[in-house]
Design a protein around this ligand. Sequence first.
Ligand code: SAJ
Length: 440
Amino acid sequence: MDNIDIKTDLLNKISNKTAVVGVIGLGYVGLPLAVEKARAGYKVIGFDIQEQKVRMVNNGVNYIGDVVQADLKKLVESGRLKATGDYSFVADVDCIAICVPTPLDEYSQPDISYVVNSAKEMAKYLHRGMLVVLESTTYPGTTEEVLMPILESTGLKCGTDFYLAFSPERVDPGNKIYKTKNTPKVVGGVTPDCTEVAAALYNNVLDNEVFRASSPRVAEMEKILENTFRNVNIALANELAIICDKMGIDVWEVIEAAKTKPYGFMPFYPGPGVGGHCIAVDPFYLTWKAREYGYHTKLIETAGEINNYMPEFVLERAMKILNRFGKPLNGSEILVLGAAYKQDIDDVRESPALKVMDLLVRHGAVLKYNDPYVPKFTYKGRSYESVPLTAEALEAADLVIITTMHGCYDYEFIEKHSRFIFDTKNAMKNIKNRAKIETL
Ligand code: SAJ
């Protein structure tokens, strides 16, 4: 079959839903994507190296907040969705998405080993007429400089024998409005045919028209821009908080006032730091790649320094509050509310709350924490366990520090039973009696 026939054949399979679709990585990006592709009518095979995830999916048991349990169960029972750790099933797949983590290593360098290892495993079963889409956020150039050579090492030619594109994931964990299905998608193929085939698949799965970028590098860079935009603006809000504290100005009121501008302003808020495996991480993929071109990304790195300083700033402010009550931090009982990196989720990756708790313990605080989403965690060699949020626990604390603004917290109850509260997220903004509350 020549390559025109290959493309036509694949487009037909995509259009009549006979294409078998694969998703590598069944995490907060991959599982929702696998479910949406199965709901769209495709037969879906999910691949994951974690046996537990494979087992849970095949038992119809959900573990991702953004996936509806009933949907997963129905799709698995109908045979439309299954999971496996056996990459040989890639031989049966027509279109496959790679949705594996792209963290930073201990030197804050990109770690694309999950992408490389998945690609190498998958390449063993790569066959003519396949579409491969990388969704993991990464530095511009990864798709063409790293992924394509691995796939072409099979002897198959990109754009002729198989199609390759980058399409950034845009999952906002816990977002009640925007989910995988209704969030606009960008795709950038190595060749126009690659873009066409990738766009055809997503147009059959998602609600919105796909934005076609002219190359994988444009698509890779736009994702980095999205997240770096947030990181830099959060750093600005954090720097404002530091300045306002010194000047005795309420930064939260300043932001509320700025929000009245109906154009040209978008609110970001200060906090104990920037967590998560995206905003805290992705900008430094660009920083690393920019060095290859002899450019130092000063703004991005300074933003990271400001955000990374915030746990220290929280510690300083806590010490000052206790000092006002004649209490040294050393030996004071502190109850921290929230370990997750943001509200209403259970993820502690890069969570600034963990950094705050570590600093408090290292300075002698008698630390307890509560997080209904995070029953326990280990950080820097110490293990922590969530305590029940009782009146006694609140009353026993010399200081309560709010680091995550979970919607399930009863802030009236917390105000009533706490001696004093340092609210780093302005979570208690609706509490009228402010006598016992200080915000960041
Ligand atoms: N944060 C602030 N101030 C703010 C906003 C956020 O301190 O004004 C903190 C949060 O508490 C959190 C961190 O920054 O610790 C990241 O927050 P986030 O709201 O960006 O949440 P993520 O990282 O889970 O998800 C983001 C997505 N969020 C939004 O667009 C709202 C989106 O950028 C990406 O789809 C996703 O990362 C990703 O996967 O790249």
